[in-house]
Design a protein. Structure first.
Length: 265
């Protein structure tokens, strides 16, 4: 595949939502946007590389299992959701290639042969590739969530775009589990508007603003911990000069949350 693939930052929804009919109905717009991501590609990617807000460690670990297991990193859902299997193959060769790219960029990394798919990966992919026929691997966030480091990660990954790898940062543009419902409306709307305005800026100004994202309105209300925002920095770092297009937008999720997803390139 010689086409340079876009990158994405997606708001991945809540828990195992594709398997829960009532919850899935809330995410009808998200589901449509995930299907469009696949439709917009000329051909299936060689692999999907997910940077999920649900995996972090002391360095940028790269999933290398040929058959990754499952990680049920959610609580309070029906018993059957703890037996979901998304049987996509891993991508060990691409994992090794990715480690080479990170090492060349001077970033701390290692291969992880035991990590499995978390719900930030398997939930959206169950919609995108329900047959689980596209290889998938993940990279962890790095403890501390330093924006500049995660932009650097994206820059190091950029060559994979021309090697058939679809890079997806999987998080949420609003993630405060203690503030859902009507109280989320004003802060999530304000932060979402700032994010849209920021991503429309010229690349250098856009990167600078996102590095200082805590200056955004309601930043620490919307993201008490930024694990679900940081995947954006990596997705954008891999497409730093490309235009941003909003590909998903919802209001009043969970009674008041505004959320968005973006394509770069």
């Amino acid at each position: 595949m010689s086409q340079r693939l876009p990158t994405y930052f997606i708001s991945h929804g809540g828990g195992p939502w594709p398997w829960l009919p009532q919850m899935r109905a809330q995410f009808v717009n998200l589901e449509a946007s995930l299907k469009r991501m696949v439709e917009d590609l000329d051909a299936p990617p060689k692999a999907v590389l997910m940077i999920s807000g649900h995996w972090e460690g002391p360095d940028f670990a790269v999933m290398a299992a040929p058959k990754p297991p499952m990680v049920y990193d959610y609580h309070g859902f029906p018993e059957e959701t703890y037996h979901i299997v998304y049987p996509a193959p891993g991508a060990p060769d691409l994992a090794r290639r990715t480690v080479e790219l990170l090492e060349a960029a001077g970033l701390p990394t290692h291969l992880d042969t035991t990590q499995g798919f978390d719900h930030g990966t398997f939930a959206p992919l169950a919609i995108m590739y329900p047959e689980a026929d596209v290889p998938v691997f993940q990279i962890s966030l790095k403890n501390g969530y330093d924006p500049a480091e995660h932009f650097a990660l994206g820059r190091a990954l950029a060559p994979l775009r021309e090697e058939g790898v679809l890079i997806v940062g999987s998080g949420l543009s609003y993630h405060n589990l203690r503030l859902f419902g009507p109280q989320a409306k004003v802060p999530s709307e304000a932060f979402d508007a700032w994010l849209g305005e920021t991503l429309a800026k010229a690349p250098e100004a856009r990167t600078e603003a996102l590095i200082h994202w805590e200056d955004a309105p309601y930043a620490r209300v919307c993201h008490k911990e930024e694990d679900h925002l940081v995947p954006l920095f990596t997705a954008l770092g891999a497409a730093e000069g490309d235009a941003a297009t909003r590909v998903y937008h919802d209001v009043d999720l969970f009674g008041g949350v505004t959320a968005s997803s973006y394509r770069f390139g």
